[in-house]
Structures are given as C-alpha cells and as structure tokens.
Write a protein that binds this ligand. Structure first.
Ligand SMILES: *[C@@H]1O[C@H](CO)[C@@H](O)[C@H](O)[C@H]1NC(C)=O
Ligand SMILES: *[C@@H]1O[C@H](CO)[C@@H](O)[C@H](O)[C@H]1NC(C)=O
Ligand SMILES: *[C@@H]1O[C@H](CO)[C@@H](O)[C@H](O)[C@H]1NC(C)=O
Length: 808
C-alpha cells in the first residue's frame, strides 16, 4: 500500500471572505508602493537620456517589487512545520485518518489526504402537490432552504464514532459510523449505517443514495449483484490510500428497487451540482421502471441507490490493507458500546449530571458538543491573496487544513478567530485533536508571519463563494484568539508536563512568536502601546459606520471616520493575552522571556491603560479616533438608481468613540482590571444595567441606549454586532466574572451574583430555543431570546457546554 499523496506535502493555504459576516472587500490603505514611485526614485542619470532605458528600469523594478512582495506573501515561513512528516505518518495521524470531515453535507466521510476518496449520502423523495403532480426533493449539502426540522450529531467523539439524526418531512433518518482501526494492522476500515424511518403511519417511499468519488486520477471499479442493477462493491487502487474495497449491504428493506450510476466527473466542485441537480432532473431512476444509467468512459463517481418503503436501511463498509470492517450484529453491539462509553466520558469530562442537570439538558449539551467536534473537517488547497500595491491576487501556497467550522449550512470552512474558541471546548475532551488543529493553523504562516483570516480551500469550497469575496489581504488581521486555545492547552498540560507536550510546545513556540511579531509590527497605532485594526475603509460613503471585519466584530461601531489617528481597545487586550501566553510557554520550555515580560509590564500598566482608553466622563474603556455618532443613512435621489448614502449631521472630532458594548468590555474580559478598582465596579454596574447590556437571555453586543443600536449599516446590511447576543463574548464574560468572584476584593460578591444570573440566563434560553426550534443558533435576539442568523451554528455557540460545566 502506498501513501505518497499530498498528505505529506505540507504546504500552505488560503483564505476567503465569509459571505455574510464579511461580505465586504477589505484592503488596507497606506503602505502601498506604487510602481511609479519606485522607478522614479531609482532611475539613473545615464539612462534618463533614453526612454527605452527608463521603461526597462521601471519594468525591472516593478518586477523586483512584485517579486519581493509576492515571495514573502505566498511563501511559507522558514520554520519547521508543526505537522511534519513524522506526525503525518505517525500513529496519531493514522488513527484519525478517516472521519466525518465533510461537514458541508448531511453525511460524508473522507480521509485527511488531498485528492483522495470522498464519500457521501443523499436522499430523495416525492411529495404530491395540490394539483396532483409530484415534486421531487433531494437532500445532500446542508442548506437552510431544505427547511429540515432538525439535524446534527447526537454523539460524536471526534475520532471513531458518531450518531446523527435528521428529520425531514415525513421521515427520520439516522446515520451512524464506526471507524475501526486495529492498532498494528495495516490499513483502515469503517462501517456506516444509513437508516430511514417513517414519522407517519402511512406507507411512504424514499430513495437513499450513497456515492463514492475519487478526486484523484485513478478509476474506480465496481461489481454488480445478481439482479444486475445493484452495486455490491466498489474497489480501487489509488495512490493516496492503496487498495480498498467498499461493500453495500441492504439490512432492512421491503420490496426494494436498486439502481446505480457510474460516470466520469473530473472535479469535486461539480459533485454537489451533479448529485443535487443532474440526478434530480429526471436522469435518476427514482421510481421503478428505469433501472440504471451507465454512461462512462472513465469511472470516477459511482452512486448506489436503494429505493423502497420505509423503513429502509443499509450498511456500507470500507476496508483497506488487512482491516476487516464490522458488519451486522457486531456493528450494532459495538455501536452500543461506543455510545455507552461516550456517555461515561461525557460525564467524567463535564460533570453535568453531578451538577444537577436533567437528562434532557444533558442531551442538549451532548448535541452542542458533538456537533462542534463532529464538524471538524479537512481541506486542502490554496487561497487567493493580495498585498497592498498589488493589482491582482495570487495563489497562496497550497496546504491542508484540519479545523472546526462555525456552521455546517452557512460557513462550512475554517475561520481564524472562531477556531480559538472552538478548540477551548475540544481541549477538555481530547488534546491530541487540539494539538493537531492548532498545528495546521500555525503551519499557515507566511514568511511575514501572517495567517489569512478565512480559509476557502479546495475547489468544492471555492465553488460556493463569488470571486470578489475570496481574496484575503495580507495587511489585515483577525483576533489572535488561538492564544486562548494555547493557554487552555498549557493549563491542561501543567502538572502532567509530559516530555511529548514540552516538545510540542517547543515546536509551536517560534511560530507563535512570528505571528505575534506580525501583529506588533503591522497593527501599530499612532502612539506607543496603542494598536489599530488595519483595513478599514476611509473613503466609503455608503456605510453608517465603516466596518472593521478584521476585528471579528464586523459592524460594531468604531471611529466614524477611519484615520491613522485611531486606536482600538480590544486589539490591545488581545495582545496582552498573547504576550502573557508567550511568557507562560517560555517558562515551561525554558527560553528567555525577559523581553516579553518587559513588554507586558508596559502593556498592562494600569495608569497607561487608563490614560489611553478610560473615558472618565462615561466611565467606560473606549476606542479613540475621529468620530461622530450624528450620522444617518439617507436616499441619494441624484443617483440613478437612487442609493443610500451616509449623511454626517455633526462634524467628527478626535475623541473617545462614545459607544458601549462588547468592545468596551475587553480590559475586563481579559482580566486586566485590579480587583479593587473603580473601573471594575463601573464595568460590573454597566453590565448589570438593563438599559445597557443586560437581558434575560445573555449580554447584548451593543447597549440599548447606543446611537447605533439595532441600526442597519448600509441599505443591504442588517445589524450584526449591534445588539444581538453572541455566545463567545458571553463565555468570556462568564470567565472573567468567575475570576473576579474567586479573588478577594470589594466587588467579589457582586461579581458572583452577576455570574450566577448570567449563566442561568444563557443556559436556559439556549436550551429553550433548542427545544422549540431544533437548533443552536449563531446569535440570539436581545428582545425575546429567539435564535437568529444561521443555524445550526455549532461553532462557538457550543461553548454553552463549558458554561454548563463551569470550565473556564
Ligand atoms: C402498506 O404496505 C403494505 C405492504 O406493502 C400493505 O399491506 C398495506 O396495506 C399498506 N398500508 C397502507 C395504509 O397503504
Ligand atoms: C472604499 O469604499 C469605496 C466606496 O464604497 C470603494 O469605492 C472603495 O473601493 C473602497 N476601498 C477599498 C479599499 O475597499
Ligand atoms: C442604567 O443606564 C441608564 C442609561 O445610561 C442610566 O440612565 C441609569 O441611571 C443606569 N442605571 C443604573 C442603576 O446605573
């Protein structure tokens, strides 16, 4: 068996813009070097005589400037990779080679290897319309428009087992799998069981489909059963995984029909189109009659189809090398064992029963957890990136990414700051997975120390995002929330202090430093120890308040008129966290940390913090910049067609930005306030105030009394971080409250009181919404607690499990 594919060729990555959260194109003003100015500066006297000479030099210099920008922009940093060949070939990697790493489909699996096998499920059914015709429905990629009642993992351990339930119209589907890799034996095996039951008493039929696609170049072979229309097995010998066999076994079926399809498909980006459109549009033998279609010069995609009355069930097994997959009764038994073990480990890890939660609430927590860990996916590819001054984007270096995703339906790809929150939850469960995910992200560093903010890797991911939103700008940051993960990981390791862990820390440390230095170097503010999110658009006229996508809090109000004078409180606090984590690791791996200590001392100096950011008049920490809140969107009737533009009613001036919400809490969230400070008292008072942030469902993102509260930013942008309740910041708030309630000080009791009420509000509302809608949501409405935004959103909203478990 050979495994030589790109899996070992670890290279870089790419990025993209999440369609809704970051719909804006962002690029940085300033710092751009134009070709013209470069050539002027260098042109030599003896060449000036000749126009040809000038042109030549200009071209040469332009090429050099381009080359210099390009070479660091899309080159990996010259440091040893975290995920190296040893790790890729090692036992850890092999154990988690296969997984449900295709979170964008209702059920799919793939190995963590580029250009390899990809498998997935779809289903199809017809419903009679009032006019007596039959409408066909096909389900494959997770979509809001499918309007499913519920879907998601009830249990998933991130490694070898998962169970999912899906409700759709009159049926309930279950997908379960076990990856059963015997240590020591060559190869891998897994078994998946797909079952559909009826939710009504009437006889109903359904078509279950399961496809196998090779993204590499090799052909697949298949064998038909006796009837000549059912696939019994698919085999192949492909570069990435060697010889393999996939078998299909119907296990529950009354008078079923089978059919199959084998065809050539050269791109994975065409897969969902093929499954969801071509199959549906009459080329599929959904109903008896047409039995199968076979139109293939080269077989790359094989679809197994089973049609019949509910209930309907089949097993599909995969094996390579010497591995023998579990089938039938043995599979059932093992599934029950895994499920029991999951329950046991869940309680040992999160202690929810011990804390008095009902069985029903534990089911909710298990679902939140399982969907986070079960949506961890694998991508391979390269992003489009651009540096200031470049005219066209270029490809980043190709690389694999193993990462959680915020939402299976809407954001099924990697997002830099989200991941720092995702892995906090996984750290409690399985630190091997965390180390692996973190390593992949840190291996995305380019030669400048930059990591692209959003990752659209591979044709499948790319095909879903319009090109203008794909490009990542190398001047732009995103909160270094991965330092939260690193901190949690180090806390878990402490005490154990195993050699392996220290070696891991040694591997990631230079990369963390390079990333950190990129922030310090590029996101500088106008004064010492001030910091600025670059990339805000100072010339936009359509936004009520120009967005700051880089900060992660897109439309949270900042200085209304972006200039180089502004500086941002949240970025400063993120860097304080990052510095303290570097010191912590430095002490463990025994490298000098004096410089960082010195820097942290200045960064955390309370007087400096207050001088720069404390607005004495309003008693809140604030951004500073050229600002006015007297703005509104008006219709410009001179334009054709009329558009909404911003009208400034009162001229801006340099001052504290007088908004209040999540951004202003950051010194508190990062625990930078002395426990006896008036600043702490004021912050607690504001949090607790219903006219400001407090609601019965959690803290809202922007004060109800704020001029920008609930305001749309443009004619097309709904308010996003302007009032809605977000779980990641509520988690950080509870973490900080937990800190202040446990250390001595005059505000200990009030912190404890707020902590208790906030925690209850979050848990109760998210649970209530889950019961009534079937989902965990991206945000919650601050007026009535209702889930809003995308769903399921089991990225950082799953932090509710840590909130229930009180692990901070
Ligand atoms: C359902 O199907 C079974 C066998 O296919 C048949 O005996 C039964 O009468 C059907 N029931 C209804 C309500 O159509
Ligand atoms: C800033 O906004 C203006 C007006 O909407 C737009 O034309 C321009 O391209 C934007 N600049 C950047 C760098 O995105
Ligand atoms: C709550 O905030 C409002 C609006 O700023 C203010 O008028 C009120 O006095 C505050 N209440 C308390 C108890 O601080």
């Amino acid at each position: 068996m050979s495994r030589t594919g790109g899996g070992k060729k670890l290279k870089g990555t790419g990025g993209s813009t999440r369609v809704d959260r970051s719909r804006q194109r962002v690029s940085s003003p300033g710092g751009a070097k134009s070709k013209g100015s470069s050539s002027r500066k260098v042109s030599l006297p003896f060449l000036i005589a000749s126009g040809v000479g000038v042109a030549l030099v200009s071209v040469l210099i332009a090429v050099c400037v381009r080359w210099a920008m390009t070479s660091s922009l899309n080159q990996p940093i010259g440091l040893p990779r975290v995920i190296n060949d040893e790790m890729m070939g090692g036992a850890q990697y092999k154990e988690r080679l296969w997984g449900s790493y295709r979170s964008n489909v209702y059920f799919g699996m793939r190995p963590r290897l580029p250009r390899s096998l990809v498998v997935g499920m779809a289903w199809m059914y017809g419903l009679a319309t009032p006019t007596g015709e039959v409408s066909l429905y096909i389900r494959h990629t997770c979509q809001h428009a499918d309007n499913l009642g519920r879907y998601g993992w009830g249990q998933h351990d991130g490694r070898s087992f998962g169970q999912q339930e899906i409700t759709d119209s009159y049926m309930k589907l279950s997908t379960s799998f076990i990856i059963n890799t015997l240590p020591g034996a060559l190869g891998e095996s897994w078994t998946a069981r797909i079952r559909a039951d009826s939710r009504s008493s009437e006889n109903a039929t359904i078509s279950l489909l399961f496809y196998v696609f090779n993204e590499g170049t090799e052909e697949l072979s298949f064998e038909l059963g006796n009837s000549g229309s059912t696939i019994e097995s698919i085999t192949g010998d492909i570069d990435t995984i060697g010889n393999f066999r996939i078998n299909f076994t119907p296990t529950v079926a009354r008078q079923p029909y089978y059919s199959y399809l084998a065809t050539d498909l050269n791109k994975i980006s065409l897969l969902s189109h093929f499954i969801e459109t071509v199959l549906k549009e009459g080329r599929s033998p959904l109903f008896p009659g047409e039995r199968y279609i076979f139109d293939s010069k080269k077989t790359k995609l094989v679809v197994y189809q089973m049609h019949g009355q509910l209930p309907l069930e089949f097993e599909v097994t995969y094996s390579s090398g010497e591995q023998v997959p579990l089938v039938g009764e043995r599979f059932r038994e093992e599934l029950a064992k895994y499920s029991n073990y999951f329950n046991k480990k869940f309680e040992e890890t999160f202690n929810l029963k011990e804390k008095g939660f009902s069985d029903d609430m534990i089911v909710f927590a298990q679902s939140a957890f399982s969907n986070l860990i079960g949506s961890i996916s694998y991508f391979y590819g390269e992003s489009l990136v651009m540096a200031p001054g470049m005219k066209k984007p270029i490809n980043y270096f190709p690389a694999p990414l193993y990462t959680g995703v915020p939402s299976r339906s809407f954001f099924p790809r990697g997002f830099l700051w989200d991941e720092g929150f995702h892995q906090l939850l996984v750290t409690q469960w399985d630190t091997d997975i965390v180390k692996d995910v973190l390593g992949h992200w840190l291996d995305m560093l380019n030669a400048d120390g930059w990591i692209p903010r959003e990752q659209i890797l591979g044709e499948e991911a790319l095909s879903k995002v319009p090109e203008e939103f794909v490009v990542q700008y190398s001047s732009n940051a995103n909160p270094p929330a991965l330092f939260l993960t690193v901190e949690a990981l180090v806390d878990r390791m402490e005490g154990t202090n195993k050699l392996m862990d220290v070696n891991y820390l040694k591997r990631i440390y230079p990369r963390l430093e390079a990333w950190y230095n990129w922030f310090i170097r590029t996101q500088k503010g106008p004064r010492p120890f001030t910091y600025q999110w670059k990339g805000r658009n100072g010339s936009t006229f359509s936004e009520l308040n120009p967005k700051t996508l880089t900060s992660g809090l897109d439309d949270y109000p900042r200085a209304s008129h972006p200039t180089s004078d502004e500086y941002h409180i949240d970025l400063r606090c993120w860097l304080s966290l990052a510095t303290s984590v570097l010191i912590k690791i430095g002490n463990i791996i025994k490298v000098p940390t004096d410089d960082y200590k010195e820097y942290l001392k200045s960064l955390n100096d309370f007087d400096t913090l207050n001088k720069l950011h404390w607005d004495t008049k309003r008693q809140v920490y604030s951004d500073y910049g050229l600002h006015t809140s007297s703005v509104k969107l008006v219709t410009d009737r001179d334009a054709n067609p009329p558009v909404k533009i911003r009208k400034v009613m009162k001229e801006p001036r340099l001052k504290f930005v007088d908004s209040f919400g999540y951004v202003n809490l950051f010194p508190f969230l990062m625990k930078l306030l002395p426990p006896d400070s008036l600043q702490l008292e004021a912050t607690l008072t504001h949090i607790n105030n219903e006219s400001l942030l407090w609601t019965d469902y959690g803290l809202r993102s922007l004060s109800k009394s704020d001029p920008f509260y609930s305001k749309a930013n443009t004619a097309h942008d709904k308010p996003y971080w302007r009032g809605a309740i977000w779980i990641n910041i509520n988690y950080l708030t509870l973490k900080a409250l937990n800190h202040y309630k446990n250390i001595k000080g005059p505000y200990q009791e009030i912190a404890g009181n707020i902590y208790k009420r906030l925690r209850n509000n979050i848990i109760n509302n998210m649970y209530t919404q889950y019961k009534s809608t079937g989902f965990i949501w991206e945000q919650y409405n601050d007026r009535n607690g209702k889930g809003k935004g995308t769903h399921p959103f089991t990225g950082w909203s799953s932090l509710v499990v840590l909130i229930m478990s009180e692990k901070y």
